[in-house]
Design a protein around this ligand. Structure first.
Ligand code: F6P
Length: 329
């Protein structure tokens, strides 16, 4: 491998934490150290870059973290980095330590900041997608999604027990911002009767069909999986509408919330994080910059920051058709 004078790098996590970020930090650090490259961890993402919150990472600092949720480097959403003044301060702090490259583990907002920085200063950045939302263009996978979807499935399986016992319907809200992938996948995995996601709002007719056919006048139970970004108001709003129309049916709302961001990463998240972490270092070593490491057809790919966006990603229609076939009777 050709080494482009990279002697020292920094790694940070930014935006919402996601299970598997630690596995990525470990992979980045180990791959760098293997190549005799010094590593600094930056605490609290870009905020720490501006506030000079760096600490050197060695093997002992990352021992045993592959299985831990959260991020040992802490994370933040940093407004100051959106200003030139903030980025200039960050640059000075990187330069002071002779840092030749930075690996940013985070979501699209973090890459936007990284891209802006790279257009102004001469330190290359490489991104690794980490968010439970799986909502970044250019990669079919973001670290944390598999763990989060399994957390949702485990929680909904438990809710189903009580739903069945009481003959109630539950509106269960998953995270995902404007993206419905978490709700769609977990809804299918849990056997949800209806799945409501922002990408396919017309599915609300399935909710009315289900209520009128299976719930009204019958003490039946069911799970309505709702993405938080579904219309405005998520599960609460839609439950309100149904309760107003059918005051006799027993309905409850469960908002799963931040439980979806925690927990030990699944094997898939650990493996993907490890692959992406090593790929990021390999990229820096051969002089790559301003790219995000992604996954396409299960293979590692590199995507220019200029093409990386928060995506209203097209939903695989097969999943929607599948849901209709499975739940119609
Ligand atoms: O982007 C990850 C995510 O968990 C979203 O699913 C959610 O909408 C948001 O972050 C919550 O952000 P915060 O932790 O700042 O409340």
């Amino acid at each position: 491998m050709q080494k482009k004078g990279i002697k020292c790098i920094a790694v940070l996590t930014s935006g919402g934490d996601a299970p598997g970020m630690n596995a990525a930090i470990r992979a980045v650090t180990r791959a760098a150290l293997t190549n005799n490259v010094k590593v600094f961890g930056i605490n609290y993402g870009f905020q720490g870059m501006i506030e000079n919150d760096f600490s050197e990472l060695n093997y002992e600092d990352i021992g045993g973290i592959i299985s831990l949720g959260g991020t040992i480097l802490k994370t933040a959403r940093c407004k100051k980095f959106t200003t030139y003044e903030g980025r200039e301060k960050a640059y000075k702090n990187l330069k002071e330590r002779n840092i030749d490259g930075v690996v940013v583990i985070g979501g699209d907002g973090s890459f936007k900041g990284a891209a802006q920085f790279s257009s102004e200063f001469d330190i290359p950045f490489i991104g690794i997608p980490g968010t439970i939302d799986n909502d970044i263009t250019g990669t079919e996978y973001t670290i944390g999604f598999d763990t989060a979807i399994n957390t949702v499935v485990e929680a909904v399986d438990k809710i189903k027990d009580t739903a069945r016992s009481h003959g109630r319907i539950f509106f269960v809200e998953s995270m995902g911002r404007e993206a419905g992938l978490l709700a769609l996948g977990s809804g299918i995995a849990c056997g949800a009767e209806v799945i409501l996601i922002p990408e396919v709002p017309e599915q609300e007719k399935e909710l009315d069909r289900f209520i009128n056919k299976d719930i009204v006048n019958k003490k039946s139970s069911g799970i309505i999986m709702v993405a938080e970004g579904y219309k405005t108001g998520g599960a609460l709003k839609i439950a309100e509408r149904v309760k107003a129309q059918h005051p006799d049916i027993e309905a409850r709302v469960t908002i799963l919330g931040h439980i979806q961001r925690g927990g030990n990463p699944t094997a898939q998240d650990r493996i993907t994080a490890t692959r992406m972490g090593v790929a990021a270092i390999n990229g820096l070593l051969v002089g790559k910059k301003n790219i995000m490491i992604g996954l396409k057809n299960q293979n590692i790919v590199e995507i220019s920051f200029s093409l990386v966006k928060k995506a209203f990603r097209p939903i695989n229609k097969e999943f929607i058709d599948l849901q209709e076939v499975i739940t119609r009777h």
